[in-house]
Ligand binder design. Structure first.
Ligand code: AKG
Ligand code: FE2
Length: 362
C-alpha cells in the first residue's frame, strides 16, 4: 500500500512594502525598550517612562520584544496566503458575529460605514489554541499551527505579561495582579488577527470620505499592532486633531483598550483611533495587517481595581456602572454592536451593556 507523506506548503517570503515618502502629521509617541525589563531597576524605569503615555495618549511603541522580523514576516506571509483563498472557502470559517463571537473569518462588507456603504476589510481571527476555543480553520492555518501557536504564546506569555507588570507598577498594585487575569490557558477572547484592507479607487475614496474604518476604541485590555509600513492608522489627540501613527522599524504599536480604562476609572486611556486611505504613494496598495488583541479572562468583571494611585487621585467611585459587567460579555456586546446599521451623520454614542456606552467618531 502506498503511503503519502504530508508536506507543508512553503510560503513565499513576505516582502514589506516601502514606506511612504509623504511627510505626514505624525503623533508623538514614546518607545519602550523591553530589553531593559530584566535589568536592575529596569521595570521601574520603564514604568516611569510609560506613565504619562498610558494616561494621556493611550498609544506607544515597544521594541526588543523578542520576535524577529523574520518570524513576523512569516505571519504576514500566512495572512497573505489566507486572503487569496476563494470567498466560498473562507466563508466556511465565518465567525458567529451575530452572537458576538470573533473566532474565525469576518468577510468584507460586514460593517456599514455610512448608510449604504460597506467596509473594505477582511479579517481572520485565530483564538488561543486551548480546547474550549478550538475551531476548524483553513488548511493554510492548520499547516502553520505550530508557528502560529508559538507566536501567540510569545506575545501572551512574555510580551504582554511584561506590559501588564509595568501597568501594575504605575497603579501601585502587586506586580502580577493584572497579569494573573490574562493567562494563555484561561478562557478569553484573545486572538491573533490577520487583516486586509482592500485598496479603493480615488473615486471610491472620495465617496467614503477617505474612511477605511471609523473612529473607535478597542474592546479588551491591550492591542498590539505589528509594524505596518502602509500609513493609514490615525489617533484622536487631546486637542481634537487626528494624527498619523508612523510605522517605526522594529516596533510594535500598542494601545490601551476599554477594559483597562474601566479597571482604572478612566486613568488609563482607551484612545479613539481610525483607519483612513493611505497617502498617494501607497493608496493603491492592499494593506495587510497583523495584530494581537489581548482580552482579560472572560469571567472577570469591569469593576475599578483597588489602586492606591486611583484612591489618591479620587478616581474610585461608589457608583461603578461597569462593576457587574463581565469582561467577556462586554467584548461580545461590542463585537455584536459593530454590525449595527450606520446612521446618517454618524454614531456619536452607543449603548453597549448594563447602561454603559461608548463614543464613536465616524
Ligand atoms: O489596521 C490598523 O492599523 C488598526 C486596526 C484597528 O484599529 C482594529 O482592528 O481595531
Ligand atoms: Fe482598533
Amino acid at each position: 500500500m502506498a503511503t503519502t507523506t504530508q508536506t507543508k506548503m512553503q510560503l513565499p517570503r513576505y516582502e514589506q512594502v516601502a514606506e511612504s515618502q509623504h511627510e505626514l502629521d505624525w503623533a508623538d509617541l514614546i518607545s519602550l525598550d523591553l530589553s531593559k525589563f530584566d535589568a536592575p531597576g529596569g521595570k521601574q524605569q520603564l514604568a516611569n517612562q510609560l506613565q504619562e503615555a498610558v494616561h494621556k495618549v493611550g498609544f506607544f511603541y515597544i521594541t526588543n520584544f523578542g520576535l524577529s522580523q523574520e518570524q513576523i514576516d512569516e505571519q504576514f506571509a500566512i495572512g497573505k496566503e489566507l486572503f487569496k483563498l476563494p470567498t466560498e472557502e473562507k466563508l466556511k470559517y465565518r465567525a458567529d458575529l451575530e452572537h458576538g463571537n470573533y473566532n474565525g473569518y469576518r468577510p468584507q462588507g460586514s460593517i456599514e460605514l455610512f448608510p449604504g456603504l460597506r467596509d473594505n476589510v477582511e479579517m481572520y481571527n485565530v483564538f488561543k489554541y486551548i480546547p474550549a476555543l478550538e475551531r476548524t480553520h483553513p488548511e493554510v492555518i492548520n499547516e502553520h499551527r505550530e508557528e502560529i501557536e508559538k507566536f501567540q504564546r510569545h506575545i501572551a506569555e512574555d510580551t504582554v505579561q511584561k506590559l501588564l507588570v509595568l501597568i501594575a507598577i504605575i497603579l501601585e498594585l502587586p506586580e502580577e495582579s493584572l497579569a494573573n487575569g490574562h493567562k494563555y490557558n484561561d478562557i478569553s477572547e484573545c486572538h491573533l488577527r490577520y487583516m486586509i484592507y482592500h485598496a479603493r479607487t480615488p473615486e471610491e475614496n472620495e465617496k467614503y470620505q477617505n474612511l477605511y474604518s471609523r473612529g473607535h476604541t478597542d474592546f479588551g485590555s491591550l492591542t498590539l499592532l505589528f509594524r505596518q509600513p502602509i500609513a493609514a492608522l490615525q489617533i484622536l489627540t487631546a486637542d481634537g486633531s487626528w494624527k498619523w501613527v508612523k510605522p517605526l522599524p522594529g516596533s510594535i504599536t500598542v494601545n490601551i483598550a476599554d477594559v483597562l480604562q474601566f479597571w482604572t476609572a478612566g486613568y488609563l486611556k482607551s484612545s479613539i483611533h481610525r483607519v483612513v486611505a493611505p497617502p498617494a504613494d501607497q493608496s493603491s496598495l492592499d494593506r495587510l495587517g497583523l495584530l494581537y488583541f489581548l482580552r482579560p479572562s472572560h469571567d472577570l468583571n469591569l469593576k475599578t481595581v483597588d489602586s492606591p494611585l486611583l484612591e489618591r487621585l479620587g478616581l474610585k467611585k461608589d457608583d461603578d456602572a461597569a462593576a457587574n459587567i463581565k469582561a467577556g460579555d462586554w467584548v461580545k456586546a461590542r463585537v455584536k454592536g459593530n454590525l449595527d446599521k450606520a446612521v446618517a451623520g454618524g454614531h456619536k454614542q452607543k449603548a453597549v451593556l448594563g447602561g454603559v456606552s461608548v463614543k464613536y467618531y465616524d
